[in-house]
Design a protein around this ligand. Structure first.
Ligand code: DMJ
Length: 655
């Protein structure tokens, strides 16, 4: 528009005097300052705030030198094959090129945020950037009428059939805690088991003393860590410890934990959470606590939490996004995930918990949500039969072809075989998908090193990366528990493969100075089963190698697995135990410890639980009745026939 100069009107076109202009300008600048200042008072989830104010966390006190910074830089590099294939539509508001820019320039990733993502585990191994701002609410399909009806409480109240804990107990084949709490008759094994129990008590006592109610303990600085993985939920270490304390018979500690859940676990948080992490730790932890103890309080808490996760599935395909605001239900894809994609190991690691949420609530919606994921994955074309790690929740297509049995892919495969086992071997689709995936993995990823070590390489659009992550070491146990239900001619083969992988992972421990394994080890560049990059040398109290020892012990009773477990106990004691808890270390290849000042909650939930089970009799949480979720929370096998049988109504298993 052009302003013409009219007679009698000043150049400003407004007819204002100088003093009036000054007052007007003053008023205007005051208004702008006020609006900007108001941004600081908006809740974290408000989009405007995210746009105008970058989220820089305050850096906590850290101890030791910066191997994690090296790790960060390494993780910020984007592998070539993460370009979305041609013709792939990026999620709304995102383009690959802008994302690439932010990948190389983003200066706001704090050390603390990075530590969390590094710890976050299987699903979050490789990348360290903030999430994409593509909000699902704006583009998602709205909840269907039937879904609304299914979730409404009146609908649930109208369902006559309710879950009976007594009936469930009656359907177990064995008492959960065994004849004598799994106490081994051999004195040396019992002594080792007691040692693990002492480690748990030590970890717990220090958490309680210095970090009570926070998510994790920082054992060097003796304070708590909250982080931003759980959307404002607190007490991750408490929820993750409930079942471990219970099976170890640490009852005073268990009762403190239970009381905290009852009185202080606040589910009305309004922060942004990883759907995957909340599911495996909180939902899994509360479900396991309920099934082990029958305390109704756990059941109502987990149902309340489960409902809060449902909006994450409101996308055009029903594939959930990675991040959800627990208060508003808005969800996002991770900023580091190619073109707004969802991650295989995240949306593929919900099945066990969600089926149990339906089981307890008698509301089919949770099962429907995960079955929909299953259906899509079953239908979609798979390159060489493999499942790539990134999938668009909008188009339902793969976003790029990176395949890994370690980070970003891992627990998807784990949940296929465990879904089959948890369904009392009735979930034929899960079985078919698991053995199909195994065939493709064997044909494309399984490798033998010149030195004779079997390992799982990663696959980047057809090119092999001869690297195996610590996270991938869970696969020894997984292949082991899946051996029995494979084709008869492949059973022994699967068991042998499981043993070989577990052996390789043990080698990654024995080839280090500390006898603890690095985050990732390679089979190129001259070495075998050793980290060749500085950024891969850390150990953050992860469980996967010990997890495989535990399963292989149960499956074979080969004493070497208990010996290997004991080696790990000694190494943990020597290198990770500090005055006030256990801490990860930054370099497994040096004896001069540099601690990362973090006692991860999965150390209490998984590492120590698997060690304890390794030194216990097999009747403590017998595999005939229980499957462990990916955070080692035991969930019972669902025996539909038995649960519907009137005769089992009042039958309970005596312990
Ligand atoms: C745990 O939270 C779970 O095992 C998850 O599946 C992967 N990462 C950590 C342990 O390393």
């Amino acid at each position: 528009m052009v302003f013409r100069k009219l007679p009698g009107v000043s150049a400003s076109g407004m007819g204002l005097r100088l003093s009036q202009k000054f007052v007007f300008l003053l008023f205007l600048s005051g208004l702008v300052t006020l609006c900007f200042g108001a941004l600081f008072f908006l809740p974290d989830s408000v989009r405007l705030k995210r746009i105008f104010l970058s989220k820089t966390e305050t850096q906590p006190a850290t101890v030791g030198s910066g191997s994690e910074n090296d790790a960060t830089r390494e993780h910020l590099k984007r592998p070539k094959d993460q370009e979305p294939p041609r013709g792939m539509t990026p999620a709304k508001g995102e383009t690959t090129s802008t994302k690439l820019k932010s990948l190389s320039r983003n200066p706001t990733v704090s050390l603390e945020a990075t530590e969390e993502r590094l710890a976050g585990g299987k699903a979050q191994e490789d990348f360290t950037l903030p999430r994409s701002k593509t909000e699902s609410k704006t583009e998602s399909k709205t909840e269907s009428a039937s879904e609304k009806a299914a979730t409404s409480s009146s609908n649930r109240a109208a369902m006559s059939d309710t879950f009976s804990y007594d009936k469930f107990k009656g359907c177990l084949l064995k008492p959960p805690l065994g004849r004598d709490t799994g106490r081994p008759s051999d004195p040396q094994t019992n002594e080792r088991r007691e040692k693990v129990k002492e480690m748990m008590k030590f970890s717990w006592d220090n958490y309680k003393r210095y970090a009570w109610g926070k998510n994790e303990l920082r054992p060097l600085t003796k304070n708590g860590h909250i982080g931003n993985m759980f959307g404002g939920l607190r007490g991750a270490s408490i929820i993750d410890s409930l079942d471990t304390l219970y099976i170890m018979g640490l009852m005073e500690e268990y009762n403190d934990a239970k009381e905290w859940v009852q009185t202080s676990l606040d589910l009305n948080s309004n922060g942004e959470a990883s759907l995957f992490e909340v599911n495996i730790r909180y939902v899994g932890g509360l479900l396991a606590a309920y099934y082990l103890t029958g305390e109704e309080m756990y059941k109502s808490k987990v149902m309340e939490l489960g409902e809060k996760l449902l909006p994450a599935f409101n996308t055009p395909t029903g594939i959930p996004r990675g991040v959800i605001n627990l208060g508003s239900g808005t969800s996002w894809s991770w900023g580091w995930a190619s073109a707004g994609s969802s991650i295989l190991a995240e949306f593929g690691t919900l099945h066990l918990e969600f089926v149990h949420l339906s089981e307890l609530s008698r509301n089919p919606i949770y099962t429907e949500k995960v079955m929909n994921i299953r259906k899509l994955l079953n239908k979609i074309e798979k390159p060489h039969g493999l499942y790539p790690n990134f999938l668009s929740p909008v188009s339902g297509n793969w976003v790029q072809h990176h395949v890994s049995i370690g980070g970003l892919g891992d627990s998807f495969y784990e949940y296929l075989i465990k879904s089959y086992l948890m369904s009392d071997k009735t979930d034929e689709d899960a079985k078919k998908m698991y053995y199909g995936a195994m065939e493709a993995i064997e044909a494309n990823l399984v490798q033998k090193s010149p030195g004779g070590l079997t390992y799982m390489a990663e696959w980047r659009g057809g090119i092999l990366d001869h690297k195996m992550g610590h996270l991938a070491c869970f696969s020894g146990g997984m292949i082991g528990i899946g051996a029995d239900d494979g084709a008869p001619e492949k059973r022994q083969h699967f068991l042998d493969l499981a043993a070989e992988i577990t052996h390789t992972c043990h080698e990654s421990y024995t080839r280090s100075a500390t006898k603890l394994g690095p985050e990732a080890f390679r089979f190129d560049g001259g070495g075998e089963a050793t980290a060749t990059r500085l950024s891969d040398r850390y150990y953050i109290l992860r469980p996967e190698v010990i997890e495989s020892y535990m399963y292989m012990w149960r499956l074979t009773h080969d004493p070497k697995y208990r010996e290997w477990g004991w080696e790990a106990v000694e190494a943990l004691e020597q290198h990770c135990r500090v005055e006030s808890g256990f801490s990860g270390i930054r370099d497994v290849y040096t004896m001069t410890a540099s601690h990362d000042n973090m006692q991860q909650s999965f150390f209490l939930s998984e590492t120590l639980k698997y060690l304890y089970l390794l030194f216990s009799d097999d009747d403590l949480l017998p595999l005939e009745d229980w499957v462990f979720n990916t955070e080692a929370h035991p969930l019972p096998i669902i025996r539909r026939g038995c649960m519907q049988d009137e005769a089992t109504q009042d039958k309970t298993v005596s312990e």
